[in-house]
Every structure is written in C-alpha cells, then in structure tokens.
Write a protein that binds this ligand. Sequence first.
Ligand code: OOG
Ligand code: NI
Length: 510
Amino acid sequence: MRGINRILVTSRFTLKNSPLLNGQKKDFTSRFMTEKYIPANEIRQAISNAASRQYGDEVPLYNDMVGIARESNQAYINAHPEKFAGNSNALNEISQTRHAAIRIVTGYELSMMNRIFAVMGMDPVEYYNLLEVQAHSTAFSSPLAGGNPFRVFTSKLRLELLGEEVQKMAKKAIEKRNFFTPKLIELVEIFEVEGGLTREQSNEFEAEVVALFAERKEALISRDDYEALLKISPLAADTLAFYPHFNHFTPEVEDVFDAHKRMNEAGMRTINAVQGPPQDLPLFLNQTSFVAVEKTFKFPNPDGTFTEGTHTSSFGELEQNKAAGTKKAFGLYQEVLAIALSTTKETDPDYRENIQKTFEKHFSNDPKVLRKEGLIFCQYKKTSKEGSPQSNDLESLIEEGYVSASPFKYWGFLPRSAVGIFESNGVVKNSDKKSNISEEEARNQFEQALGRKVLSIFDIYAAEQARSIQNTYKKLDLGVPEKLAEEVNTAIVNDPYTLNNKEKGTQIGR
Ligand code: OOG
Ligand code: NI
C-alpha cells in the first residue's frame, strides 16, 4: 500500500512538470469522452511482435529455430487436417510467440517492471522460488487474454544467497545502474493517472519498451569483475554486468517432441531432454531450448577504455501448451516428478521413458478422467442439443450431450522446468549458501518490492471455469446443484481480478 501511495505522489509531481502532458492537457480533456485509449492487448501484441523480430536480428539462430518450429507445425497440420479445416491462417496462429524472459536485481527494478507490464495488461502471476539458481520469479501475464496471452518470466537475483564478496561487488554495480529513461517513466505515469495511453503515446511506449530490453554491446562492470562473478554465480554475472534484456523468446508448437528432434537433426545443440510431464499426459506444458550462444561484448576499464570479452546468455525455446491443471494437479505433478527424479536424470538416454513409467502409476492420460478427478480446468458450454435433460447433475448433462467441457490452455510455468531451462543455459547451481529465510519470507520480500501480491493462476482459471458453469446452467434454464453452487460461489469470490480491483481501486487490464 505504501508503495502505491508513493507512486501516485511521484506521478502527480512529475505530471505537473511534464511538458508532454502540459502540451496535451487541453486535448486530453476535450477528447476524453470521445477518444478511446489503445487497448492493453494491442500494446502487448505490438511489443511482443516487434521485440521478437528484434531478437531474431540479435540472435540469428533464433530465426533458424522459428523456421524449424514452423516446419514442425506444418507437419502437424498436414497430419491432422480435420483440426484446421478451412483455416488458411492456421500455421501463423499456432506458431505465435508465447513468452520471453528477463532477469533483474533490485526491488526498484521489480516494481518498475510491474508498472511497465501493467500498461501491457499484464499482472504478476504466481511466485516461483528457484533456489537452485539463486533467483525467485513471477510471470507478468494475462492468462485469459484469448488469442494473445504473451507472458514475461521475470527473475530477481537473490543476493542474500551469495557471499559477501558478491554482495560488495553488487552494491557498487547497482549504484551505477539506471536504464529507465525519463520518457518511459513519464509514459508509465501518464498511464497510471489517466488509465490509458493514446495512439501516439502507445507508439512511444512500444518503442521505449523494445529498446529497454534490447541487447546492449557495452557491459557495466570490468571483465575481471565479470569473470570473478561468473565463477560464483552465473546469474549474478549476467544480471550485474548487463542491463535486463530479453534472453529468449518462446513460440508455441503443437508437438514439442517432434520439434526437439528436428532441432537436433538440424545440428542445433539443445538441452538434454524435453522438460515437463510425459508426452502423453495432457497437462501443463513441455519445453525445449537450444543452448545459449556466445556473444562478444565490450567491458569497461577504469581508465575509460574497453576490453572485449564474451558472454553467453541468449537462447531460444519452444513450448507445447497443454491443459491448465488445477492446484491439486500441480501438487501431484511436483510430487510424482520428485519420485521420478530420484531414480533417473535428464542425461539418461531413457529419461523420458522412465518419467513416463512413474507418472503412469499416478495419472490417467485421458482428459475426461482428469477432469472428473478435479485435475483440469474447463470452459463449460451449453451445446445446441434441444430437449429436457434427465437431471441437473453436471456429469449427466455432459454425458447426455447438453453440455460440452473443453480444457483451458495452460499459460503458466513449471518451476522444475524453469530450473532446467536456466541450467541448460549455463546458470548452474554454484552457491553453497543456504537461505536463512523461509520461502514464505522470501515471497513476502518479493511482493513487498513488487508493490502488490502476485495473483494465483489457479484462482484465475477457477473463477473463469465457475463463471462458465453459471452461464451454462442459466442458458439451460436449470438450477445449479447445491454442492456445485457452493464451489462456484467460492471460486467467484476468490477471483483475483475482482479482489485486486477492489484493493487497487483501478481496472486491471486483461
Ligand atoms: C528464465 C528461464 C525459465 C521457462 O520457460 O521456464 C523460463 C531465464 O532463463 O531467465 O523461461
Ligand atoms: Ni522460457
């Protein structure tokens, strides 16, 4: 709360002194009722398109990977024509860029990211405690945004897990960091006060954000310091020597196992094994990536000259998004994965088969069974069938054909997969220092810095599922059975968007 007040006070102060706003103020008031602000979805889409294009220029191997992803998706379309009948744009639709990632250091940086992504209609969703890589993370995202749920995995370095030497170097490096331009801050403040950006402002904002996360050829610390850090924590080296930059983009594929094979066949060095659940388990997501490429940078010397050196942090990733699992499914998934990982590791040639064997004992691969077991979230709809149903029980309505249930796609992450992706790109476990704070405390600190609580992805899907059940019964002109009605009401009461709207007193973009 304190954070929000502070932001508003700053905003007002800056706005009063803002030449841009003063220049437009009259316009603003006169146009207020007639001109609509640019929808957050549009701003997000424009930024994800432009930034991934820019990334392809920075990392040409990424473009090669995108080519392979499209080949794999085209093969999938050819093999399943019935799923795409009449859709001439299917290949583009299923090959969209679904996420990117950045890494940051300070609490101020995290709070600024929250404010910047808010302009793009993205909220911090879920907290991922990634001790293995000395980071904790959230995903700025918009899981219900239909065609464009682009998200940004954002990791904050946990300096408290690193030794005094790193902390001292970090303190020095942090003092000199500043990458939020006055223009960008001004646009964020305008958004916060006005509730939207005009066409011209959103164009400026898009250019600012794309530039913010671009690769910069000059490092921020000397090569010696960088190399010393690299030995202790590669994540500390990456985040302290460089400003945050998109370190990968991730287009969607229909069959990531096929795409992974194609990447290897094309001679691309990938991670050892596809991350995530067994191929046949239709839950959460599977991911693969190519190993980060080495690039040349200029490291500053104390005398103002530069020394060339290399840094390895840019890679490319593909994901196959499956059904949105419930919290129960998420817990079970983590448990079963831990069991599997106690007997097999990713470098084993039969790793995927081993994982499959363990999961088979605990999970059905049938989406219908998973739904009945309360493991996946679905959108329920009244079908076109006319007549009078036997009962108002949801399962019998589905069996009789009055109601359809289709799983939501999962637009979250999996913590073990995320660590696998980090590890594959050189950010290995190097620190022996144990955390002296609990996960709950670490999460509190993270949210304190963020300036708000992270939203639960499970609560988001649960509320949307509940609303679809309500609508379905309404359309069927039937009452919701008592026990189901209770579940539906609880889910709607816990809708994070509603709670958050109340807490912030503002409309959250979706
Ligand atoms: C983020 C790695 C995690 C994923 O898809 O799980 C991630 C990073 O390397 O900064 O992107
Ligand atoms: Ni990723």
